[in-house]
Design a binder for this molecule. Structure first.
Ligand code: COA
Length: 146
């Protein structure tokens, strides 16, 4: 964390964060191309599916976001796995420890929930960011486009 930049406030997203620059912050990962109304509909669907969206706030603006899905498994004796998705920090706020703080917060949530592991997919170039946070390479990611 840079010494000049205070730590962000990290909390679960609420609908008002759409007015605090949420989509712009997320856009550093990929532009969303949603209207505010469409984004609100997506937010509500995510709430219903128990997908947790977190925001990192700086001066009451959304500086970053990350999402978490907690999966109880049939295997591993009903063990719980955390899946991290869509980690993004607004370009103006990058390299000030916000991404690391967000992922660290999600790891704490996962520990408190009793997860035995936390997994995520990412591009090759971001692997060093996650390795600094304690992640290691594991298995392979695959996809099919439908
Ligand atoms: C990747 C990302 C989330 C990092 O957020 P950030 O707030 O800039 O990261 P931090 O300041 O917390 O960096 C933590 C450490 O990782 C390093 N790091 C940050 N981004 C990195 C990158 N792209 N590649 C390699 N290392 C990186 C930093 O140097 C820092 O290490 P240090 O403290 O020893 O210098 C941010 O750059 C981003 O939003 N990128 C675009 C979207 C994206 O690729 N998201 C990942 C999806 S899986």
């Amino acid at each position: 964390m840079s010494s000049e930049v205070p730590p962000p406030t990290i909390r679960l997203m609420d609908a008002t964060d759409l007015r605090r620059g949420f989509l712009v912050a997320l856009g550093s990962l990929k532009p969303t191309e949603l209207t505010d109304e469409q984004a609100l509909d997506v937010f509500r669907r995510r709430m219903r599916s128990r997908l947790k969206t977190y925001v990192a706030l700086m001066d009451d603006r959304v500086a970053g976001t990350a999402s978490l899905f907690i999966e109880p498994k049939f295997i591993h004796s009903g063990g719980i796995v955390g899946h991290i998705e869509d980690v993004a920090v607004h370009t103006a706020y990058q390299h000030h420890g916000i991404g690391g703080a967000l992922v660290g917060h999600l790891l704490t949530v996962c520990r408190d929930a009793g997860c035995y592991k936390v997994i995520l997919d990412c591009d090759e170039h971001v692997i060093p960011f996650y390795e600094k946070l304690g992640f290691h390479r594991w298995e392979h990611a695959l996809r099919i486009d439908l």
